[in-house]
Design a protein around this ligand. Structure first.
Ligand SMILES: [Zn+2]
Length: 452
């Protein structure tokens, strides 16, 4: 079935295009009569008889866009989930849909040829530039479209239709090519609908829609059951605001719908970074779709190197430690960042740190917090307090204690001991600190109490 779908797309490309086919085809009533059963099946899906056009030996063209085989399986059952496969095609899943062929070039150049006027009501150039800007502006897609003045450099060429498109067809576009490049043609009917004058918003809507076709988006109000139509996951049955809905010539641009954004993110996934929140000596990060990955300046702490298609290894430099930020860039120079911590197990800096105690004194009966530096996780910590008691936080790196209240000759110190581990430690750490206990309210060098 995959092979069959590929054939369909190859068939589509030279023929072009999603809208011009109808005009070029002569409906053959006698042939249609030979296939009344299939015609009936298509009409049962809600399409009108006049929307079904004979399109060569093997297909009908339906609703100016969709190719339906004349024989055999009418839809791609291998694209249905088990639940959806039992539904009728008419009630089947619609949503944002993409072609079999995917666009893998994410730096696309577009050329507007001389058949497109530079002045007057038929000047589409500002609208084209705005349309490109709307697509480039979608957050976190790994795609950049640029205009070029060099036709030999162009992935997509924009031309007047030169009278080819029917009066009621505003524009057409070709679908992606098998080599991973976008559809290479967008034609604009400058005499659309009796030479109707279009405003900028109408032109932008149309052109974003056409670019969407070149990038591999079908009509949102199509069906995943048609050949070569693949559902974009997590898109709904109906999306009335989708710029990719068919039959919207003359609509004004209102922006992408949320699910259009979902579709573009699905087709052109942006850079993401995933990996550990800390490393001990080294750690592996998964960073797909990046063209450049580097540290944001902390090269004395660590280095990062590519080790696989999407994998990068961050390695500690010597015995250094501290936060480092990984920056990953896409084609367009857009950056994704992730900060992680580089730890060094033997570094004494991340031992016991009393939260408020800069002095060597605690007050009799006073409450205090003590903690362990948590630049890396403390996987376990057992607190032992002699001369006081643990109030809360046992087992964690942040503990509240109360000093014994009875100041006296035999009870003038408090000793706090932490037995803790971190993922970077070869063996558990033991840290102990002793404070002199002073009578409550004596002031002097005692540290302010810390409510617990
Ligand atoms: Zn369309």
């Amino acid at each position: 079935m995959k092979y069959q779908s590929r054939i369909i797309i190859l068939f589509l490309v030279p023929m072009l295009t999603f809208l011009s086919c109808r005009r070029d085809l002569v409906e053959d009533e006698s042939r249609l009569d030979e296939h009344t059963e299939r015609i009936s099946e298509i009409m049962a899906l809600g399409f009108k008889r006049e929307a079904i056009v004979d399109c060569g030996e093997d297909y009908y063209l339906v609703d100016e866009c969709y190719l339906v085989p004349k024989k055999g399986d009418m839809y791609n059952r291998d694209k249905t989930s088990s639940a959806e496969g039992s539904k009728s095609i008419g009630s089947g899943k619609k949503g944002q849909l993409h072609t079999d062929e995917r666009v893998y070039h994410n730096h696309i150049k577009m050329y507007i040829d001389n058949s497109m006027p530079t002045t007057g009501v038929d000047n589409w150039r500002n609208a084209i530039a705005a349309s490109i800007g709307h697509i480039n502006g979608v957050q976190n897609i790994n795609l950049l479209i640029e205009l070029t003045n060099n036709p030999a450099d162009a992935d997509i060429t924009v031309s007047s239709d030169n009278g080819v498109l029917a009066n009621n067809v505003l524009a057409s576009a070709s679908f992606p090519l098998p080599n991973g490049k976008p559809g290479n043609i967008i034609n604009v009917n400058l005499d659309y609908n009796g030479n109707q004058t279009l405003n900028e918003g109408q032109k932008i809507h149309t052109f974003v829609h056409e670019i969407g076709h070149t990038l591999g988006l079908h009509h949102t109000n199509g069906s995943m059951y048609w050949p070569g139509h693949n559902l974009v996951p997590n898109t709904p049955q109906v999306d009335g605001n989708s710029v990719m809905n068919g039959g919207t010539a003359g609509h004004a641009w209102i922006g992408f719908s949320g699910y259009d954004i979902v579709a573009l993110n699905y087709l052109f996934p942006g850079v993401t970074i995933s990996g550990p929140g800390y490393i001990c000596s080294s750690g592996t990060f998964n960073i797909p779709n990046a063209v450049r990955v580097e540290l944001a300046g902390q090269t004395q702490t660590a280095t990062i190197a590519k080790t696989g298609t999407n994998t990068y290894v961050l390695s500690r430099t010597g015995q250094n430690r501290g936060p480092v930020t990984i920056n990953a860039f896409d084609w367009a120079g857009r950056v994704k960042s992730m900060t992680t911590n580089v730890a060094y197990a033997s570094d004494p800096k991340y031992m016991l740190i009393p939260a408020t105690l800069g002095q060597n004194y605690m007050n009799s009966g006073g409450g205090y917090h003590v903690s362990i530096d948590n630049s890396i996780p403390v996987t376990s910590c057992n607190w032992v307090v002699t001369g006081g008691n643990v109030v809360s936080g046992q087992g964690t790196n942040y503990m509240a204690l109360q000093v014994n209240p009875n100041y006296g000759p035999g009870d003038q110190t408090i000793t706090i001991t932490a037995n803790f581990s971190t993922p970077c430690d070869v063996s558990p750490n033991v840290i102990s600190k002793t404070f002199i206990v002073r009578p409550a309210g004596t002031g002097g060098p005692g540290t302010p109490e810390d409510p617990i």
